[in-house]
Structure formats: C-alpha cells, structure tokens
Ligand binder design. Structure first.
Ligand code: GLN
Length: 454
C-alpha cells in the first residue's frame, strides 16, 4: 500500500493537536511513574487511536457525520471514550462516517466521502468508513466504530483490516449517538484480531448508564493474544466446527469474493477445523426486517433534533413549527430524511401491524435460525459482503442497491450476535473479508480463532 497522508483520504472530521499532546504527556507521566514503582502498565498506555465521530467526546466536535451536529461539542465523554482514555490510549481525533451511521459507503457524510486507501476512487465501506480507512492506511493502529447492521464488519472487509462487532450489550451505548437502539453496538478496528481484543477489552463491561449493557467482565478478551484454540488433537484449530451456510454463498456473491472465501475455508480445514454445511433459511428476510426496524427506531431517536435543545437551528423561522421544520430540513441529509419518513410510516396507526410487528416476527425467526445452527457448530463462516469496494458515486443514488449489499451482516445484527471480519485475500487488488459469527458472548472465541488464523 502506498504511503497515505491524513488529508489524502478524508478519514478525519476533527483533530485537536493540543488535546492529543496533553493526553500523550499524561501517558508519559503514567509510564514514568509505573517504571519508578516497578509496576507493569496496560497494553494501551500511550497507544494512539481514534474514535468514530458517533461517540461523543469532550474537546473534539461530535458530529455523527451530520450538518445537524457539525458544530456540536458534547459536555461529557461517551463511556467508551472514557474507558479507552483511562486505559491510557491517546486519542488523535474523530473519524468520518455516514450521517448518523446510515449507509454502507461513507458517501452520506456531510463532510464528504472517505477514500479507500487501496484505491482512492473507491468507497471504504460504511458507515464506519473513516475508522477502517485510517487503520488500513496506517494512520493509527486502533479505531472504534459502531455497527448497527454491519458498519464495523463491512468497512473492515472493504479496507482489508480486522473488525469486530460484539454481542449486543457487551459495550455500553452511553454517549454513542443513537441510530437504532435495539441494534446499535460499539466495535473496533485493528490490523489483527489480537489488537482488536486489547481495545475491546478496555471498552467492554457493564455500565449503569446503559440499561441494556450486560454484566460480563472483559477478562476473556484481554487474554486473547496469549490464547490458542483449546480443541482436540495437535492441529491449531483441531475440533473446531465451522458452519458454512448455503445462503451465504448465494448468487449475489461475485466470483472473486467467492474464490477468496473458499480459499479461506480451505485454510481453516488445513488448520484442523471441520466444515459443516448448514442452513440459515431466513437470511434474505433480514433485509426487509432490518430496513423496517432500523428506520422505525431512527425516526424516534432523531426526533430530539428539534433546533431548540442542541444542533443546527434554522435562521429562517417565524414560529415554533417553522423552527422545527426548517431546522430539520436544513440539518438532515437525504438518506436520513428517507429513513425518518420510512420509520414514521411503519410506526403509524394502521400500518404498525403490517410492517413493524411483521418485521419483529422476522427478527425472531432469524434469531431462531442461528440458535438451531449453534447446536451443531461453534462458529458460522461466510463472506462479509457480496462484492468488493465500489467506485465512489456509483451507488450514491441507488439506496436499494446499497441496502441489498448488507445481506450477510444484517442477520447477526438482528440476532444480537457477535461477528468478526478477517481479511482473507484480494479480488482485483481490492480486499475481501471473511465473516465469522458466533453465539452470544463468544467474542473471545471469535478473536482467538482469528488470531490463530492470522
Ligand atoms: N448499511 C446499514 C445501514 O445503512 C448498516 C449501517 C450501520 O451498521 N450503522 O443502515
């Protein structure tokens, strides 16, 4: 990969060098004190990293990639931001993303598209496009992201880096700018599964400020870099049962992606794993289910941007109603408006049963598919995306095409399950990702397998 300057790929929305230097000084002081006391320091002390601009931060702007929050400074840090800082990592800035994390190519950002470091005419994936591109370009070794329907796994795949979306509830959502609250989950990007584990270990854990956060300790994650797969025999992945769902290698997958994924599966076999053909029959229904549930929740979450409490306020208002209407009309981009309209429609009286309730029923069927398959296998493997990174602009005005490309990441999101994206080769010079999905709370298992594989 060619050397990349920060400005080349538009990965950052905000940098504040003096804040970064202050954190670096703090890390230096902590290191010096630990040395003097003969104490060991944590693995993140002094390590540079950056946050997706969907986490609120004190000092840096917190925009969610939107004009609505373009000049917004949060009075508090998200729990993720606080914990990573307490672990001693040094934040170098805020990373570009699709507006309110809605998108698959980072083209819905008010701050312009991010360029894929492997081919700057192409998208990096989304919505955490800046997070994936910054790691791929070597600008920072670790970044955070958020994944509601694939926004960590998909850009990781398209930029050739490792990314993980944990089990819903493993990481606190406090201070994560809300998109679809029953699906939103924080995740991480790094060059390797072992590095992902270290950042995730610092972020995970119960938070009394998030009623959906789970009371699970992060020790298993911290141990990943020293772990091996404790299976049968002497093979590195001996006894590992890898389910390969027929629905994940369907006709939408391009030949190049299919080839790279099949080569990766062969490598799993060579490492001692057994491939087991399985079926997740409701996979296709994940698209209609997600694109009803996520907009429904988004329309509710985004009601808070009224031009009064915070965010963009229209200059052109004559009364309260026009203040609301014009602030929202000016502050939100096209994709966000589209989802607010879909969401309010599917939640409205008379349509709720036909759309929202039906979508919730599909969600249950998709979760049941996974539960059944995890009776037989340890993890599920397949592609992250049907195709590699597309040219910037190509899908900009084709939202449905964008939605369809989410087919392999949405099922795990709807079921609340963890998924990791591992680089598994190239197709025409563009990275391809292998997705592993595991049962609830199997992040350490997924990352250990990734670590052995890498
Ligand atoms: N591409 C999906 C969407 O547009 C997922 C986004 C995400 O995970 N935040 O909603």
């Amino acid at each position: 990969l060619e050397a990349v300057a920060v400005s080349d790929i538009n990965a950052f929305i905000d940098v504040q060098p003096e804040l970064t230097l202050a954190q670096a000084d703090e890390a230096d002081a902590r290191l010096a004190a630990a040395r003097q006391g003969g104490e060991r320091v944590g693995p993140l002390l002094g390590v540079p990293m950056a946050h997706k601009d969907a986490f609120v931060t004190r000092g840096w702007r917190s925009t969610a990639g939107s004009k609505m929050l373009a000049d917004y400074y949060s009075p508090f840090d998200a729990t993720v931001v606080r914990k990573v800082r307490e672990a001693g990592a040094v934040c170098v800035g805020k990373l570009n993303c699709d507006e309110f994390a809605m998108g698959s190519g980072n083209e819905n950002s008010y701050f312009g598209p991010v360029k894929n470091p492997w081919d700057r005419t192409r998208v990096p994936g989304g919505s955490s496009g800046g997070s994936a591109a910054a790691v791929a370009a070597g600008l920072v070794p670790l970044t955070t992201g958020t994944d509601t329907g694939g926004s960590v796994r998909q850009p990781a795949a398209m930029c050739g880096v490792t990314g993980i979306k944990p089990t819903y509830g493993r990481v606190s959502r406090y201070g994560m700018i809300a998109f679809a609250s029953s699906l939103d989950q924080a995740g991480v990007f790094a060059r390797s599964a072992a590095d992902c584990a270290q950042l995730l270990a610092a972020m995970a854990g119960f938070d009394e400020r998030d009623a959906t956060s789970l009371p699970v300790l992060p020790e298993d994650l911290a141990a990943v870099p020293a772990m091996s797969w404790a299976g049968e025999g002497s093979a590195p992945l001996g006894g590992l049962r890898v389910g390969v769902p027929a629905e994940f290698l369907n006709d939408s997958v391009t030949p190049g992606v299919r080839h790279a994924v099949q080569e990766a599966l062969k490598r799993f076999e060579a490492l001692g794993a057994t491939l087991v053909p399985v079926s997740l029959p409701h996979t296709e229904l994940a698209i209609p289910a997600y694109y009803v549930i996520a907009p429904a929740e988004a329309s509710s979450n985004l009601a808070r941007y009224d031009g009064v409490r915070y965010g963009h306020r229209s200059e052109d208002a004559s009364d309260l109603k026009s203040l609301y209407m014009n602030s929202r009309a000016e502050g939100f981009g096209a994709e966000v408006k589209r989802r607010i309209m879909i969401g309010t429609f599917v939640l409205s009286h008379g349509y709720y049963d036909a759309y929202y309730r039906k979508a919730q029923q599909l969600r249950r069927m998709i979760a049941d598919d996974f539960a059944r398959v995890f009776g037989e296998v340890d993890v599920i493997a397949g592609p992250v995306t049907p195709e590699t990174a597309w040219p910037i602009g190509q899908q900009k005005d084709d939202p449905v095409r964008n939605y369809l490309a989410d087919i392999f990441t949405l099922p795990a999101s709807l079921a609340g399950l963890p998924g990791v994206s591992l680089p598994c080769g190239f197709d025409g010079g563009l990275p391809v990702g292998l997705q592993l999905v595991g049962p609830a709370l199997s992040e350490a298992r997924l990352l250990t397998i990734g670590h052995v594989y890498q």
